[in-house]
Design a protein around this ligand. Structure first.
Ligand SMILES: CC(C)(COP(=O)(O)OP(=O)(O)OC[C@H]1O[C@@H](n2cnc3c(N)ncnc32)[C@H](O)[C@@H]1OP(=O)(O)O)[C@@H](O)C(=O)NCCC(=O)NCCS
Length: 184
C-alpha cells in the first residue's frame, strides 16, 4: 500500500509552495507564479491543503472564507495522478473544513468546457447558478458560477459521507491509503 498524506499548507513552507507551483504549471494555463501562489496562501482569508506522495505534492486545493461563504479558489491534481480519486478526496476535505470554519455554502467559478471538474463538482451537489460571459480572457470562454446547497443539512452531510466512502474504496482498489495530518 502506498500512503498519501493530506496536509494543511502554511505560507512559510517553501517546499510545499514550490511543489504546488509545479502542479499548477502542469495543469492550468495563465495562472499564478510561485510568488503569486505564496501571496495567495499568505492571505488571511485563505486556507490551503496539499496531498503528498512522500515529499512530492501530487494535488492541492484551497478556499477563501468570506463571512459564511467558502469561495473555492483552486483545485488541481498532478496529471500523472488524475482520475484516481484525489480530486474527490481534496474537494471533500475542503468542504468539511469549510463547514467546520463556519461556512454555510461553498461557491466557485469554472470554465464552461472543463467537463472533468464539472463532473466532480456535480458529484458534491454543486449546481450552476450563474454565468460570466467571456470571463477567461485567453480564449474568451464563459465562467460558470456554481454553489453548493447549505453545508450543514443532513442531506449534504450524507453526500460528503458517500463521497468519502467512494474515495476510500477507490483508493483501496488502487493500493492507496490516505492519511490526514491534523491542522496546526
Ligand atoms: C478537475 C481535477 C482536479 C479532478 O481531479 P481528479 O483527481 O482527476 O478527480 P477524481 O479522480 O477524483 O475524479 C472525480 C470525477 O471527475 C470526473 N473526471 C475526472 N477526470 C475526468 C476526465 N478526464 N474526463 C471526464 N471526467 C473526469 C469523473 O466524474 C470522476 O468521477 P468518477 O471517476 O468516479 O466517475 C483534475 O482533472 C485537474 O487537476 N484538472 C486541471 C485543473 C482544473 O481544471 N482544476 C479545476 C479548476 S476549477
Amino acid at each position: 500500500m502506498k500512503t498519501l498524506h493530506l496536509q494543511h499548507v502554511s505560507p512559510e513552507d517553501e517546499e510545499a509552495v514550490s511543489g504546488m507551483a509545479i502542479v499548477l504549471d502542469l495543469t492550468l494555463t495563465n495562472h499564478w507564479t510561485s510568488a503569486g501562489l505564496r501571496a495567495e496562501i499568505r492571505h488571511s482569508a485563505s486556507r490551503y491543503w496539499a496531498l503528498y506522495d512522500h515529499e512530492q505534492v501530487v494535488g492541492f486545493g484551497g478556499f477563501w472564507l468570506i463571512v459564511d461563504e467558502a469561495h473555492l479558489v483552486m483545485l488541481a491534481v498532478h496529471p500523472q495522478w488524475q482520475n484516481m480519486g484525489l480530486g474527490t478526496a481534496l474537494l471533500g476535505h475542503m468542504l468539511v473544513e469549510a463547514h467546520r470554519a463556519g461556512a454555510h455554502r461553498a461557491t466557485l467559478e469554472v470554465r464552461a468546457s472543463n467537463t472533468a471538474a464539472l463532473a466532480l463538482y456535480e458529484r458534491y451537489g454543486f449546481a450552476v447558478l450563474g454565468r460570466r460571459p467571456g470571463y477567461y480572457k485567453d480564449n474568451d470562454e464563459d465562467a460558470l458560477i456554481l454553489w453548493t446547497p447549505r453545508l450543514d443539512t443532513p442531506a449534504f452531510l450524507a453526500v460528503l459521507a458517500e463521497c468519502a466512502n467512494r474515495v476510500k474504496q477507490r483508493f483501496y482498489l488502487q493500493g492507496l491509503m490516505l492519511r490526514q495530518q491534523p491542522n496546526p
